[in-house]
Design a binder for this molecule. Structure first.
Ligand code: OAD
Length: 250
């Protein structure tokens, strides 16, 4: 088995070293080594009987708001026990290295920000934010009530997590920002995503069409693999620290 460092072609490092405008897209895979199950990994314990694709929908929340709220509370607790891993930390080093660096994530776990990334575009929201299901307004501060789900202090409707559910559109500003960054980047790095869910899955292909060099980091192959400029198979936590050291060392 080649050591991770052998997996990164020398000419790739040279391209990364001499680029200025870099966009990174991350998926659940970058949080896997922090112990956060990827989206399509089987659920554990009480929630093993439920399919996330069935729970993360407006219909599921309409039918059983308590079930969906409790599922997110369980995921919040799981994630709050997790820490950023070396893959997250390496992306902070890359952000500090490049004049123009944009980190687009599909993850809702907030681990990039916890690691110190500042230019983070959360395409699918953030599990630790709560909003009114009717007014769509974020609720700040700790929610005092014991009801599950709690009610909006303003209008009395159910509160919900500020995450994008299947069938819902992505936050417009975040999507516009992401598309803007992808349209002018020289390098696009796709990390730990199955490249299955639109519109995030289209981003690397837009970058390719715009002439960017596209690198994929994933232990598995994905629909992007055949078209990526480079595809390095391995774990983000192993590969990104090596890549960051080689790119940022003068
Ligand atoms: P998936 O669970 O679909 O895919 C996770 C990817 O991470 C897979 O391709 C794995 O091979 C890869 N992977 C696993 N461990 C890894 C590691 N250590 N290092 C690098 N890669 C690793 O998760 P996403 O692609 O993020 O959307 O899913 C995208 C969206 O689909 C999610 O944001 C969610 C779901 O529908 C919403 O909730 C709206």
């Amino acid at each position: 088995m080649a050591a991770p460092v052998d997996k990164i072609p020398v000419e790739l490092i040279e391209i990364l070293r001499t680029s200025h405008r870099v966009v990174v897209l991350t998926g659940a895979g970058i949080s896997a080594e922090s112990g956060v199950p990827t989206f399509r990994q089987a659920q554990t314990g009480l929630w093993a009987q439920f399919d996330p694709l069935q729970l993360a929908t407006p219909g599921a929340f309409q039918n059983d708001p308590k079930l969906v709220w409790d599922w997110y509370s369980w995921r919040r607790k799981l994630i709050s026990e997790s820490q950023p891993n070396p893959g997250h930390n390496a992306l902070v080093d890359l952000e500090n290295h490049y004049p123009e660096f944009t980190l687009i994530t599909q993850n809702v776990d907030g681990l990039h920000q916890m690691a110190g990334s500042t230019q983070v575009i959360e395409l699918h929201g953030n599990i630790f934010r709560t909003k009114c299901s009717r007014e769509n307004r974020l609720i700040s501060g700790k929610i005092q009530t014991a009801e599950t789900p709690p009610f909006c202090p303003n209008c009395g409707a159910n509160l919900r997590p500020d995450v994008v559910w299947f069938g819902e559109s992505l936050p417009e500003d975040e999507l516009d920002q992401a598309l803007g960054a992808v349209s002018t980047c020289q390098v696009f790095i796709s990390i730990g995503t199955s490249t299955l869910v639109e519109p995030a899955a289209a981003l690397p292909f837009i970058a390719l069409r715009n002439g960017a060099m596209v690198l994929e980091i994933n232990p598995q192959i994905t629909p992007l693999t055949p078209q990526a400029s480079y595809s390095v198979q391995g774990n983000a936590g192993d590969l990104l620290p090596i890549l960051a050291v080689q790119v940022t060392s003068s």
